[in-house]
Design a protein around this ligand. Structure first.
Ligand SMILES: [Mn+2]
Length: 461
């Protein structure tokens, strides 16, 4: 056990000395390059002969419980602040060591049992990782399309890149495809700074791919542009879904997990795949965004994945992503949101007028939540086809997602208790030339619908 511990400490810069009673064993240790004193640890003079002022840690590891106990007592007497770790022979011996003041007493059988059980829990994730690898190997080098959900976020993009990396490791080339928009300046900075290689789905004929993976979506045609009858090879997701509707050769859906990038980081780890610092940075950023900086839906696995990725991350790039420059349009929308705000009690509603970039709305809603006395913000604007609404609330009694659903109906509004949005099609009004009038009508309608619902909520209280 002593040699095993010494080997574990090999790459650390510490000076180590063995005390061994048996002369021939001591000789063997010396041959292996260790410093050895011959002596009986149960005797005070043996301990006393050590360089006590410089002794910081003592591993007491003989197979003789009584000797260990006596060695511990001597060390404590000579220098009470030495950190002591002792092997215990049985529970009784462990109790005695603890009574004398050992810092850590270890029953080897129990320690081994712990490691053995841990390795079994790991077995499940290792099995899944190998299953994924085999599934890609079966593709026999034919190209794979990795289709992300519409308007992909950093979690989806980084995870899809990891999947592409795993495919590459078994000789399968892939293309990462998306439909919709990469919104938010942070997300645009994420794509540019990390060289995220993704392509618009519309540029490709999906039938040219022999294999298809759905990433962060589970069903063809739902939140992606894949035709609904398409055969799917791989599904990896962490959104809740009716599992009986999901059909693929390989399925890994973990609705409890905070970020899908966590699932992929663990695959990379289990499969011992070397990957770039850019990918590590992307994955960690994905986990942080999806868990809102580890404040929501964060599991032990998300933290483990983050700890695994952290040393590989490029922190300069990470901070550049987090502080991107703001586009003029976003700045303008912020300005309109501030100027046009109407505050009623703790509610703030603001109409920003005509917009091109709807992603500025949630940013304005977030920003205005900082205004003193305001706990709920609702910002809306108009595009050619729709009215877009974005809401935020830090009032625990307000469920902004519910408000959106009640005000605009399940099909147009939705979200969580703290952040939500709605998109109301303008229908026949979409061609209207007189935008000013349309804006005014839209505003009246939106404000009325919201106040009807919110007024109702207040009465219920
Ligand atoms: Mn996600």
């Amino acid at each position: 056990m002593g040699i095993a511990v010494a080997k574990e400490l090999d790459d650390q810069d510490i000076s180590l000395i063995f005390i061994e009673k048996d002369a021939s064993k001591a000789e063997t240790l010396k041959e292996q390059g260790y410093d050895v004193e011959i002596g009986d640890i149960s005797e005070l003079e043996t301990i006393n002969a050590l360089d006590m002022p410089n002794l910081e840690v003592a591993f007491i590891l003989s197979s003789d419980g009584k000797a260990n106990l006596r060695a511990l007592a001597h060390i404590k007497k000579l220098k009470s602040d030495v950190y002591t770790v002792s092997r215990a022979i049985d529970q009784n011996n462990k109790d005695k060591l603890e009574a004398v003041g050992v810092d850590s007493a270890i029953l080897p059988a129990r320690a081994a049992a712990k490691v053995i059980v841990q390795s079994v829990t790991r077995a499940a994730s290792l099995k899944k990782a190998r299953e994924l690898k085999r599934c890609i190997e079966k593709m026999d080098g034919r190209k794979l399309a990795i289709v992300m959900h519409n308007n992909p976020d950093p979690d989806a993009m980084s995870g899809a890149m990891a999947l592409s990396e795993i495919a590459k490791s078994v000789g399968v080339e892939s293309e990462i495809l998306y439909h919709g928009k990469i919104g938010h300046q942070e997300n645009k900075a994420f794509v540019n700074l990390l060289g995220i290689d993704i392509e618009r789905m519309e540029k490709y004929d999906l039938s040219k791919f022999s294999n298809i993976a759905l990433y962060e979506c589970a069903i063809p045609g739902t939140n992606n542009l894949v035709p609904s009858n398409t055969k799917i090879n791989i599904v990896i997701d962490h959104h809740p879904v009716n599992i009986s509707e999901v059909k693929a050769d390989f399925i890994d859906i973990q609705p409890d997990i905070g970020a899908s990038a966590t699932i992929m980081a663990m695959y990379l780890k289990e499969l011992h795949i070397n990957f770039s610092s850019e990918l590590a940075t992307a994955l960690l950023y994905g986990i942080r965004v999806d868990t809102n900086e580890f404040k929501k839906n964060t599991t032990q696995s998300d933290l483990e994945a983050a700890a695994f990725l952290y040393p590989l991350v490029d922190h300069d790039i990470l901070s550049q992503i987090e502080t991107p420059s703001m586009s003029t349009e976003t700045l303008d929308i912020m300005g309109y949101a501030i100027q046009n705000r109407q505050v009623t009690g703790s509610y703030l509603i603001s109409n920003v007028g005509l917009i091109r970039d709807r992603d500025a709305l949630p940013q304005a809603a977030d920003y205005l939540l900082n205004l003193e006395g305001v706990t709920t913000t609702i910002i809306f604007g108009l595009t050619e086809e729709s009215i877009h609404v974005s809401g935020r609330s830090k009032d625990v009694r307000v469920n902004i997602g519910e408000i959106m659903r009640e005000a605009f109906g399940e099909e147009h509004g939705g979200g969580h208790s703290t952040s939500a949005g709605a998109q109301i099609p303008l229908g026949v009004f979409s061609g209207t030339k007189d935008k000013q009038t349309l804006m005014k009508l839209a505003e009246e309608a939106v404000v009325k619908m919201l106040f009807d619902v919110m007024g109702m909520e207040e009465k219920e209280e």
